[in-house]
Design a protein around this ligand. Sequence first.
Ligand code: FE2
Length: 327
Amino acid sequence: MSEIDQKNLFNFSRLGYAIIESNRLDEWIAFGRDAIGMHAEYLSRDALSFRMDSHTRRILIQKGKLEDFSALGFQLIGEEYLDKILEILKKRKVEIRKGTEAEAVLRGVKSFWGFSGPKGLRIEIFTDPILTDTPLSMLSKGFVTGQFGMGHVAMVSKRPEKTIEFWKEIFGARISDSIRQKLSGMTVDITFLRMNPRHHSVAVASTTGLHLDPLPTRVQHLNIEVKNLEDMTEAYLRCRKLGFEIAHGIGQHPNDLELSFYAITPSGFELEVGWNPIPVSETDWKEMKYKQISSWGHQPEISTVLPRVNEFRRGIASLFRSEYIPF
Ligand SMILES: [Fe+2]
């Protein structure tokens, strides 16, 4: 692909939806609706949906034992761009499958294509979400979506260069900045990738030296952005009141300046609820390297001894496991 083509891919995609497989639907509805403050509805005994805006789906929880993300959906602006991505995937010999009508309805989109992305996580692409004018019934006053998409995800990778290349090549992602920090005795590098004015839609984290992956889930955290500061602080207080664990209390990141906290979801990965990250202006953005993940706050609020022991064990085990990347 020529350099011009790759440049043209930028600013045509945004995070559209997330699909999670979990057997803990009742805990998920309490977490997403009563603690985080999203609009929730059961679609059947085996499927739970959260709305944040006019999209009929933003987060879909399907009954199953994975307790992890099963797919991430990216909204593309225009059929032309969809065709371009499908062409790149075909050239790269990545197996792609068009979703059935029933699968599209479940995701709240008119149609979609799917393929296996980094770590075997299903990546789905679509152009037309199904919108609804049914009023939102939720505790939060609102979420920032639109051209920024529904938020961002962070993944840990043992093959960070390849994973970053994947997001760059398929979605025209650009590096916003990076952070290197010592965490739990390891040095961690995090690269922040943007696909649109949101500072990052994807962050890729890796350990320096031996690349370990101590996490049981393919996505470390999903971030959603609230419109008002009190939507974030009240969600934090509701999580505490309802007994949902807080991985990291309120704090601020030095790069996108977002104020946020991290709650532990019923599936075990984290949900970051953030407020007021700065958007990237393509004309005067400077790529920086930071030395700490948080300028202040984000203190752990759970006992970290057992999770650390388990993370260490999983980190060692991950050395003997290969990590899938489509090309
Ligand atoms: Fe984040």
